[in-house]
Design a protein around this ligand. Sequence first.
Ligand code: TTP
Ligand code: MG
Length: 364
Amino acid sequence: MSRIIFHCDLDCFFAAVEMKQNPKYREKPVIVGADPKNGSGRGVVSTCSYEARKFGLHSAMPISKAYALCPHGIYLRPDFQKYVRVSRRVMEILSEYSDKLERAGIDEAYLDVSERCANLYEAKILAKQIKHRIIEEIGITISIGCASTKSIAKIASDHKKPNGITIVPPKYRNQFLYYMDITRIPGIGRKSRTYYNEKGVVTIGDLLSLNSNQVKQLFGKNGKWAWKVAHGMDNRDVCELHGKRKSISRERTFLTNTKDFFEISSKIYEINTNIHDKLDKEGIYYRTITLKLRFEGFLTRTRSHSFFYPIKNKEEAYNIAINLLKHYENYSKKIRLIGLKFSNLTRNPRKIQQKLIPHILEKL
Ligand code: TTP
Ligand code: MG
């Protein structure tokens, strides 16, 4: 069975963050980059909103040229720390949907959702859920591509930007790629394009019509790689490249909103057991447990409990989650979604939290 891989890429990221923060910039040509200094500025455009792209502006364009094309645009200096903070929050959300997450840049990540989705229909529902979460909690849009390899998922995420979902079932791969320019394959840039074009390869379809030996002879290693990508033969795994996992979480949406304690606690039991299976398998301990509740009307509340030392105890965790839930006993609204997050993770704790009696727990 082929893998189900997502490539998620935020739309006009730096500009989107600025537009989210300043509603008056929304739906305007916003350009983040160097100071244009009324047309004499040096430096380049980092990125720009889709409204600015209509004037021909794009990343890496000299800011003076951008100003000439779009003098009435809103020109802003980048605030990298702010973008890193937003990026972290987005990655945290994405990590809730798969344990296999690979950050590929400040605004993009691969997710292997093969374990979570039985088929591409489920993958589409999941992609919609992710988009919904990001817009709701971060306030910016993301595009998602889904395919059986990382490279095709990446090509797909770019296909219906902004705010798109593109699913490429393996049997439609050729059809999807056929008329695309050869540079859509990651690794073939503008410089190599001339070389490929001179040998009669303009589209990915042209590349697909050659056999592996011809490709190797004409274009060497780079060509062989591109040919494999186009044939869906990129078997690179989605792996955690950037540091350790910060948290493990799961959440579930109720089919119908509920206030029924039995139904809610059963769901907590299910999520808690599921996460502890994973924690046991990987030998991971945690120090913090967070219960997340989303009520009807999308009001979201979280409540955490931290231990002094790392712990990994399924029964203890369940009791704590139920105690956290009790804080909402008197809420009039029904619950729509429930989630558990385990954070402050560690693999080999030097000291382990001893089992605590309930009344001490309350005070920690
Ligand atoms: P990208 O994802 O390439 O671009 P984007 O998110 O702005 O637009 P798109 O909707 O097409 O995905 O890059 C992410 C961020 O990286 C971008 O917002 C700004 C920064 N960046 C630069 O600073 N310089 C560059 O040349 C590029 C390509 C990006
Ligand atoms: Mg982007």
